[in-house]
Design a protein around this ligand. Structure first.
Ligand code: ATP
Ligand code: MG
Length: 246
């Protein structure tokens, strides 16, 4: 059975991409067949894996808007077992182009037909919005949403809207959708604030919050500039060990 997860939070810069990319790497390292879908026009997941999004012949944009087969854009990565469906800057226009399409929220789910069986895990990295790209990811995410939460002030701001969106998607588009977990990210043990935010999240969402906390780690922020995951760049760093544990 293929497990499909969306990494979503409309708040920007909370660790969605870092979490999706590095979990994908550790899952592949554990022998799973993994597909990482970059559904963000910023293409951060794509470049984090060392792929130049500006020179690609085709991307997830062409899959969603021009309806080319997903298999045509999937590419292997340096990590055995990890494939990438890359994004490209063109995706920025996709939400506008998709608005008038029939079944516009189901485009990604349909694109996975015939492809998903080849993988144990499919991880979809969402943009920081609740627009059509995120809705497409939530609609295909049969195994739930993973919500990274940055351990900073205002971390819980906007979570209500995300919750409402997830509920609407469950009622209308994907009855299987639920929150599979909240991941506390960028935790800085030197600050009281991080501790307070983590406690607050655990108070409100005790069941859903993963025990593993991702620390703030320079190595995690450096790895993408080398086009590498933390598994290759610094597996023994605190960030590497945390994503392995997660
Ligand atoms: P966006 O909403 O723009 O897609 P995002 O939610 O995907 O952002 P990331 O890109 O993963 O967030 O992280 C934001 C920035 O913080 C990046 O520069 C990333 O390298 C850095 N970062 C992420 N996690 C950590 C961490 N645990 N420690 C230090 N830096 C981190
Ligand atoms: Mg991102």
């Amino acid at each position: 059975m293929t497990r499909i997860y969306a990494f979503a939070n409309q708040k920007g810069g909370v660790g969605k991409t870092t979490t999706a990319v590095n979990l994908a790497a550790y899952l592949a390292d554990a022998g799973r067949r993994v597909l990482l879908i970059d559904a963000d026009p910023q293409a951060n997941a794509t470049s984090s894996l060392g792929v130049d999004a500006t020179t690609l012949p085709a991307s997830i944009y062409d899959v969603l808007v021009r309806r080319i087969p997903l298999a045509d854009i999937i590419m292997p990565t340096d990590l055995p077992g990890l494939d990438l469906a890359p994004s490209a800057p063109a995706l920025a226009g996709a939400e506008v182009e998709m608005v008038s399409m029939l079944a516009r929220e189901h485009l990604m789910r349909r694109a996975l037909d015939g492809v998903s069986e080849q993988y144990d895990h499919i991880l979809v990295d969402c943009p920081p919005s609740l627009g059509l790209l995120t809705l497409n990811a939530l609609t295909c995410a049969t195994d739930g949403v993973i919500v990274p939460i940055q351990c900073e002030y205002l971390a819980l701001e906007g979570l209500g809207r995300l919750w409402q969106t997830i509920q609407l998607v469950r009622e209308n588009l994907n009855p299987q959708l639920y929150i599979s977990g909240l991941v506390l990210t960028m935790f800085d043990s030197r600050t009281n604030l991080a501790e307070q935010v983590a406690n607050e999240v655990r108070t409100h969402f005790s069941e859903q919050t993963f025990r593993t906390v991702i620390p703030r780690s320079i190595r995690l922020s450096e790895a993408p500039s080398y086009g590498r995951t933390i598994l290759h760049y610094a597996p023994q760093s605190a960030g590497g060990l945390a994503y392995q544990a997660l």
